[in-house]
Design a protein around this ligand. Sequence first.
Ligand code: SF4
Length: 186
Amino acid sequence: MQRNSRSADPTICARCHQRGTGCCKLLPGTEALLFGLTPTECSAIASHTGENIDTFTQSDIAPPGFVEALRRIHPAFALTMPQGRRTHLRIAEGGCHFLGQSGCRLPEPVRPFYCRLYPFWFTPDDRLMLLRSATCLAQENALTVYEALARLDEREDRLREIFTAWLEVTRLLQKASGVQGQSPCL
Ligand code: SF4
């Protein structure tokens, strides 16, 4: 999300947002499709912004079909939404709490892992993949994941580093006691 500064086409994310389909905005009916945050991500944002976690997140139960679809992409997704309980970025007027006039108000290293990786992810056997979206301009008519990678001037090794950090955080969640039955950030 919000990759404008590094993009080979610096306007691609801005154009996507201008047409109302950017990944930091939400189309009506897609509110349920939000990713679960981990305590590591919530704490990093709270430390940077000085905001209480409750100010920029909301907690709910994710639709079982959504959790299952993500779990099929990568089993670690389920660890961020135990029994479907999920803490996600707060949404206001169809957009993320942190979406400002010029894009994301958070510096890149403070953003949630998902925001830093999207529209890319990795398979359980460590292959780069696209989280397919019919509205993402970067992957419109892209025949391969590498075509989208080039459009965004992104690097696979950089993405793998971010993904590895996310995996480590989800492993900590798995080890932590008391996570079961609670939204991860509570
Ligand atoms: S935190 Fe930033 S990059 Fe992530 S959804 Fe919100 S505005 Fe977009």
